[in-house]
Structure formats: C-alpha cells, structure tokens
Design a protein around this ligand. Structure first.
Ligand code: AMP
Ligand code: ZN
Length: 464
C-alpha cells in the first residue's frame, strides 16, 4: 500500500512498526461549536483510511482527542479563549459547552456513517500526563520557564521544520501576523507547554502544577494522549492540512524529545473544503453544518458521496449545486444497486479479482473516486451474477459506507412538507382548471428530482 507522506513529501510504501497492526492517531475537534462540513470532510477521509486499512487486513487501533481545554486558537497557541467565548455566548459553563458540542459532533459522525474511533479521550482528563511530560522536557533541556510559563525551545530541534517544509527566515518576515508577540519567548515560534500567566481572566479550566495554577498548551494534549493510549511508536497521524504547522510540527518536537527517538513514520493530511469565500472555518462566522444540509432536503450520506468523488489531497469546492448533482447520482446509484436480483451462482474468482482491484485503489493513496469506478464497473459487468454483484457491493460498502443496500432513505421532514404544500397547490390549480400552473408545479418538482404520481385517491411522490 502506498500513501502520500507529508513528512517525506513523497508517496511511500506503508509499513507499520508491528506487522499487521496500525496505530493511528487523529486530531479531534475543538468543541466550542458545531463541526462544519469542512471539518467533517477531514473525518470522512480518516474514516475511509481506517476502513480501507481494515479492508486490506490490518488491525487498526485508533485514538482521537477531544479538545475541550480552551485558551487557544486553531492556528497558534495564543489568541482568544474559544471555550469561554462559547460559554458566554450561550450562558453555560465551559464544561456544559464541551459536553453539548461533543455529543453534537458524534451525532454528525453517525449520520455520515463515520465510525467512532476505538478510543476517544478528552484533553481535560489527562492533565497529569501533560505535567509528567513537561517535567521531563524541562529536565532534558528542551523546555524553559519564563515569566511564569513553560515553553518548548525549538532551537533544540534541528529538524523542527521538516514536516512543514517551512523556512524560519521566511516565517520571521510575517511573524507579526502569525503569532502574537510574547516577550517571554526566546524565539517567536517557541510554543507554550504550560501557562500560569494567562491573559484570560477568571478562566474556569485550570489545574495545579509544579509551575503554579494554570492550563496546558494546546499541542501537548495530542502528544500526551497518543503516548498514553498508543505507546512510544505510532504508524499514522492525520488531520487537516492546517494542522501541519504549527500543531503537528510541535507534536513531533515534544514527543520525539520526550521519548528520545523517532515517533511517527506516516503523516497524512486532508485538504480543505472551500466555499466561494475560501476555506470554510468556524471562526469565519457563517458555517454550514450537516443539519443545514438536512434542512435543505439532502441526506448526510449524499454529502459523504460528494466527498468521495474527489481525492482527499485536493481542495474541494463546495456549492449547493454540486451537492445537488452528487445527491442525484448517489440516489441513482442506490436505486441501481437495489434493482439487482440477488440470484445466480457466486463467482469466487471474479469476485476476488474485483476485491483485489478495490484494494489497489485503497493502496493507491486512498483513491476514492477509483473505488467508486470499480463499484460502477461491477454493476455494469454482464459476466457477473446478481449474487456476486450484491456480495461485492456489500464488501465495498464496508469501506465506502454509503448504505447502498439499505432500503428507502428517510425523506427529510422539511422537504416532505415542502412537497406536500406543492401537491396541495397543484390540486387547487387543477380545481380552478389552471392546468398550466398545475403542470408548472409538476415540472418544478421534477427539476428538483421529485416525480409526482397521481393515484386514484391521492398524489404521492418519489425521489429520482
Ligand atoms: P478544529 O475543530 O478546528 O480543531 O478542526 C477539526 C479538524 O477539521 C482538523 O483536523 C482541521 O484540520 C480540519 N479542518 C478545519 N477546517 C477545514 C476545512 N475547511 N476543510 C477540511 N478540514 C478542515
Ligand atoms: Zn493534535
């Protein structure tokens, strides 16, 4: 199997530390608000990766953190306290905010058929582990105390910029825009491991430590949780591309200095979902969530299908029009699959050869559109019996997770009431002998992929 590795900037053969087992760490969400569909694109990519590895025979042990400790921004270790901001906005405690949005996050994952990782851990539950690591980093000379805070000294790490490919001198030019000028740091890109001096007043989340009451830096949570649940070596670490710098670069610096050896061989990053305004982002104001899509009549799985149509390393431009196109081809695919009669002989050799092709697509840097093409090839292959086809669909769907064989897709309530209103309007038009209007309503619905069926007693509809 080959995947693109951000660390080497090549497509590399994937070899785990321990044969047959993949230890995988995926950075989880910051739970101060709903996940937007951009965040969810990254979780869909990681889900396909986990299921693809399982399909190819690996046992995957996967860990994810939940960032519920505030005091950070997503791109730097300074900035506004998002958890507190969320709490103020909603008149709740930071813990209530974290619980509420963690639950909402897993509900979204479930709707998208994203498997919950085997181990999910809250950042706020592992303070002792971070303290232990920070103590070690201080002892080994990788960290220093300044102005009441503990910082990691990046000058101790010769390969600090290896993952990001960034050049310190170039970063320095834009330093005022990227990191807040913290006088206590020796180098502007040193990062906080533990803060006791906070610019945030009355923060709710704080703990005692050898350096005083305070809270951990953002990056140490992932190094700490990965060490506790996956051990000294991990095989794959994932996230969105915005995590590469500084977050993942800092994780490498901390973990490798703590363990005293190389830590993770494979770094895989999903590209962003963009909208017309650019990268979709929680802090940008308006965001699209799975519920927004559902309210507009889209099933969450049509969004999953939309994501699978393009490669995870390519930026993906989102629009309602393109989701609509994906949604109608998803419905067509489902109805094609469900029209197959499960009959005839099971053709083992043919099935095996298709399964091998599917594995090749997985091992071809997780080529999801190729996986879909193989599925379409199966559906139109005349040599295959219905039984073989259905069994291949079932097998591929353990990775694609599109519920291809699940009957009926629940039509969204909002869409249903919209269509019912249109049906009533059309009945009225017919009663008034305004057949032009009645036909216009029928055509309008048809253009949305909804076909009306006039029965003896009432008019029903189907989605095309
Ligand atoms: P956050 O909750 O901000 O920590 O982000 C959760 C995950 O979503 C991280 O892996 C980010 O890299 C990823 N992410 C953030 N914005 C986008 C986007 N527009 N498209 C895809 N992934 C994103
Ligand atoms: Zn992380």
């Amino acid at each position: 199997m080959k995947f693109y590795n951000t660390l080497t900037k090549r497509v590399d053969e994937f070899v785990p530390y321990e044969e047959g087992i993949v230890r995988m760490y995926t950075c989880g969400p910051t739970v101060y608000y709903y996940a937007h569909i951009g965040n969810l694109r990254t979780y869909v990519f990681e889900d396909i990766l986990e299921k693809g590895l399982t399909y190819c025979g690996y046992q995957v042990k996967r860990v994810m953190n939940i960032t519920d400790v505030g005091h950070m921004t997503s791109d730097a270790d300074t900035g506004e306290d998002k958890m507190e901001k969320g709490a103020k906005r909603e008149g709740k405690t930071v813990y209530e905010i974290a619980d509420f949005y963690t639950k909402a996050f897993f509900e979204d994952l479930e709707k998208l058929n994203v498997k919950k990782p085997e181990i999910v851990e809250k950042a706020s539950d592992h303070i002792d582990q971070y303290i232990k690591m920070v103590e070690q980093l201080l002892q080994k000379g990788y960290a220093y105390i300044s102005n009441g805070n503990v910082y990691f000294d990046i000058s101790k790490i010769p390969n600090y910029y290896e993952l990001s490919g960034k050049v310190q001198e170039e970063l320095m030019v834009g330093v005022r825009d990227t990191v807040e000028n913290d006088e206590a740091k020796r180098n502007p890109f040193d990062f906080g491991l533990w803060f006791t001096l906070s610019k945030f007043e009355n923060q709710a989340m704080k703990w005692d430590s050898p350096w005083g009451v305070g809270y951990p830096g953002w990056h140490i949570e992932c190094s700490g949780i990965a060490a506790l649940y996956l051990g000294e070596y991990i095989d794959i670490h994932c996230g969105g591309v915005d995590n590469i710098f500084p977050h993942h670069s800092n994780e490498i610096a901390q973990s490798e200095s703590y363990f005293g050896h190389k830590w993770c061989n494979f770094w895989m990053h999903g590209e962003h979902l963009n909208d017309a305004k650019g990268k979709m982002s929680k802090s940008n104001g308006e965001i699209l969530t799975i519920s927004t899509l559902e309210k507009q009549g889209f099933s969450p799985l049509s969004y999953r299908y939309f994501c699978l149509g393009s490669h995870y390393r390519k930026q993906l431009l989102f629009s309602m029009e393109s989701l609509n196109i994906a949604s109608s081809s998803y419905r067509k695919l489902k109805s094609k699959v469900q029209s197959i009669k499960e009959e005839g002989e099971y053709q083992e050799d043919l099935a095996l050869s298709y399964q091998e092709k599917f594995k090749e697509a997985i091992g071809n840097d997780l080529n999801t559109s190729m996986m879909l093409t193989i599925l379409f090839d199966v559906l139109k292959d005349d040599k295959l019996s219905g039984l073989t086809k259905i069994s291949l669909v079932k097998s591929f769907d353990t990775v694609l997770s599109l519920d291809l064989l699940k009957k009926e897709e629940k039509v969204d309530d909002d869409l249903d009431s919209f269509v019912q209103e249109k049906i009533q309007e059309r009945i009225l038009a017919k009663q008034n002998k305004d057949y032009q209007k009645a036909d216009a309503i029928r055509d309008e619905l048809l253009a949305m992929g909804i076909r009306l069926k006039d029965g003896k007693e009432k008019t029903t509809y189907e989605r095309l």
